[in-house]
Write a protein that binds this ligand. Sequence first.
Ligand SMILES: NC(=O)c1ccc[n+]([C@@H]2O[C@H](COP(=O)([O-])OP(=O)(O)OC[C@H]3O[C@@H](n4cnc5c(N)ncnc54)[C@H](O)[C@@H]3O)[C@@H](O)[C@H]2O)c1
Length: 267
Amino acid sequence: MRFHGKTVLVTGAGSTRGIGRAIAMAFAAEGAQVACFDLKASGCRATVKAITKAGGTAYPIGGDVSCSSDVKRALKETSRHFGALDILVNNAAIVSFKPLIEVTENEWDRMTSVNLKGYFLFCKESAHHMISHGIQGCIVNVSTIGATLAAEKKVHYCASKAGINLLTRGLALELGPKGIRVNSVSPGAIDTNMIHDAAIQKLFDKIPPSQRTPLGKIGTGSDVASVVLFLSSPEAAFVTGADILVDGGLTAGQRFPRPDKVQHKPS
Ligand SMILES: NC(=O)c1ccc[n+]([C@@H]2O[C@H](COP(=O)([O-])OP(=O)(O)OC[C@H]3O[C@@H](n4cnc5c(N)ncnc54)[C@H](O)[C@@H]3O)[C@@H](O)[C@H]2O)c1
């Protein structure tokens, strides 16, 4: 029960098998009271129901991360229900797959509004809130391996997420003196609706599971959640401005076919 009595807010917590739901459930299982924020109010309610059924405490808040009045309301509702916020997890994001030259101005604006401005608004309001309540809290931003490793047909997504990594490190500098730690996690391929909805799934299906990562599998929401909880815990008391990869070794380096699998053609 590492988070007994702590108040946590998780954005994007309303996706059935999403990373946000896994994070919210993991915090609740360790004693936290969790505000679940999502554009899909019904998804939030389903997450809260699952947490309550498992014996935890949670509250649903519908809203859009890119709308400052929704973000302010989320902070107010969270503290009214559970007391001052201790931990913010910025997780809500969108993705789409198309070459950059086909991305419309509206699509670019929506991608950066949700994935970057949304993180900024929640970081800013939560930091104000923590400072004014004298809370030495922490913020964890869910980024992606795509923030540092460019991917074709996801340039707009990668660019928005790259901003999150610098937002994280810059805020770690500014908020460290206030006792607030700011870190990020960078998942690789995680089995959620995001990759199942996406065109990348078609590519992924062509790769045998054992070859998808050096660990021979793709990740789960709880693989990411356990790292988010570590970064939010006292065990990470001296960790700020860090980014932890949760990718099963996908980006560790170049991989070659196993020697026994290489077909040598006669010369
Ligand atoms: N799944 C992966 O392979 C993977 C890999 C790397 C990084 N990530 C990151 O993990 C995080 C969670 O992704 P996921 O795979 O669980 O995706 P998901 O699509 O299952 O969940 C995202 C959630 O965010 C919510 N959301 C979207 N726009 C919103 C908005 N404007 N306001 C409030 N909520 C909004 C959605 O309703 C949804 O519930 C994202 O930040 C994503 O970039 C995922």
